[in-house]
Design a binder for this molecule. Structure first.
Ligand SMILES: Cc1ncc(C[n+]2csc(CCOP(=O)(O)OP(=O)(O)O)c2C)c(N)n1
Length: 343
């Protein structure tokens, strides 16, 4: 089946508009706790999820919103869940990280690496109960050295489980750059388990579609799991209010709240040796400078696809975007009104 670029863009745009609305609602204080958005990784979900059929399962990480939406979970149920409401997807008990949509066989977990065992379990169930079905695990580079994920790779290979393991690699795990925490090469690692492995540009929904299409065919045919290494960025850093991005977005606030205490710490009379202090300061400056790549429009998956669609039919694109914005605006109004009714 050839990918329909319009459909993929529509899925990504809806996810983007929805998560931007979530950001506003979070900033207004109507959602409590941390908020991890999938802004920047939409093409990975869009390239894979429309290829799933009934009976296929999804095991997601702490950025499960785009995948849940694209699998057809109602945006209102998600938003009410994030708001901690009893009428949310999980009765307000899961928040944005621990989502469960049983009728879609989709579950997310905030425990880094947990998508591995969950996907292996879903894969085993598919092998025993639902022939030709698969499960897909989404996780970040920060999960790739977690023992439970590596055990899942092993089990999936020896039991020939129909699992697609997808690493959404944005080069960071909170403030830890992957180069300082992930040894070797992830393709070589996966292949060392005896698993088929491919690398793909995770900004390009069409490229992800092609790679996933092959991988899913392989898994559905009973040939065992596949590892897909997809590179992406996170336009909002690790979570909303990310301190590193804040240095650029709110420099005055950051100078007062973050930089000044660090300067005081740096010159504290009872601190570490000067060499260690300098090394730490250099590390922090390096991180602040490199986090900026995460917000570069060059890495934005929507901008990767949009120009071609605009050239093809600008009117159709404008209509598509307007109808999605409308739909999400209605969902937001409904969610806010429901909150008012409950107060
Ligand atoms: C087992 C476990 N250890 C630590 C954490 C804290 N934690 C939350 S997100 C995160 C980083 C995850 O990085 P990555 O997997 O690359 O995903 P990203 O946030 O970059 O999408 C960590 C360490 C956790 N939730 N679970």
């Amino acid at each position: 089946m050839a990918p329909d670029a319009w459909m993929l863009y529509g899925l990504m745009y809806k996810s983007r508009v929805f998560e931007e609305a979530v950001r506003q609602i979070w900033q207004a204080g109507r959602i409590s706790g941390e908020m991890h958005l999938g802004l920047g990784e939409e093409a990975i979900a869009a390239g894979i999820i429309p290829q799933l059929v009934e009976g296929d399962a999804l095991a997601l990480d702490h950025r499960g919103t785009p995948a849940m939406l694209m699998r057809g979970v109602a945006p209102l149920a998600l938003l009410r869940e994030f708001m901690g409401s009893p009428d949310g997807l999980c009765a307000g008990m899961g928040g944005h990280m621990h989502l469960f949509a049983p009728e879609k066989l989709a579950a997310s977990s905030g425990i880094v690496g947990a998508a591995g065992p969950a996907a292996a379990g879903f894969g085993l169930a598919a092998q025993m109960l639902r022939p030709n079905c698969v499960s897909v695990a989404f996780f970040g580079d920060g999960a790739t050295s977690a023992g439970m994920l590596l055990e899942s790779f092993n089990l999936a290979v020896v039991w020939k489980l129909p699992v697609l393991f997808v690493c959404k690699d944005n080069d960071w795990a909170i403030t830890t750059p992957a180069e300082t925490a992930v040894g070797g090469n992830l393709l070589a690692r996966a292949r060392a388990f005896g698993m088929r492995a491919e690398e793909v540009d995770g900004r390009d929904a069409l490229a992800v579609w092609q790679a996933a299409s092959e991988a899913l065919r392989h898994a559905r045919a009973g040939n065992g799991p596949v590892f897909l290494w997809a590179h992406c960025i996170h336009l909002e850093g690790h979570f909303l209010g990310d301190g590193l991005l804040d240095m650029f977005r709110r420099p005055v606030y950051s100078l007062r709240k973050r930089v000044w205490p660090m300067v005081k710490g740096f010159f504290h009379p009872q601190g570490a040796a000067w060499g260690e202090r300098l090394a730490a300061a250099r590390q922090i400056v390096g991180q602040v400078l490199s986090i900026q790549n995460q917000t570069s429009p060059q890495g934005d998956p929507l901008l990767c696809l949009r120009p071609a669609l605009e050239r093809e039919n600008a009117r159709r694109l404008a209509d598509l975007e307007a109808s999605i914005r409308d739909e999400i605006q209605k969902v937001v109004s409904q969610a806010v009104a429901l909150e008012g009714n409950m107060a």
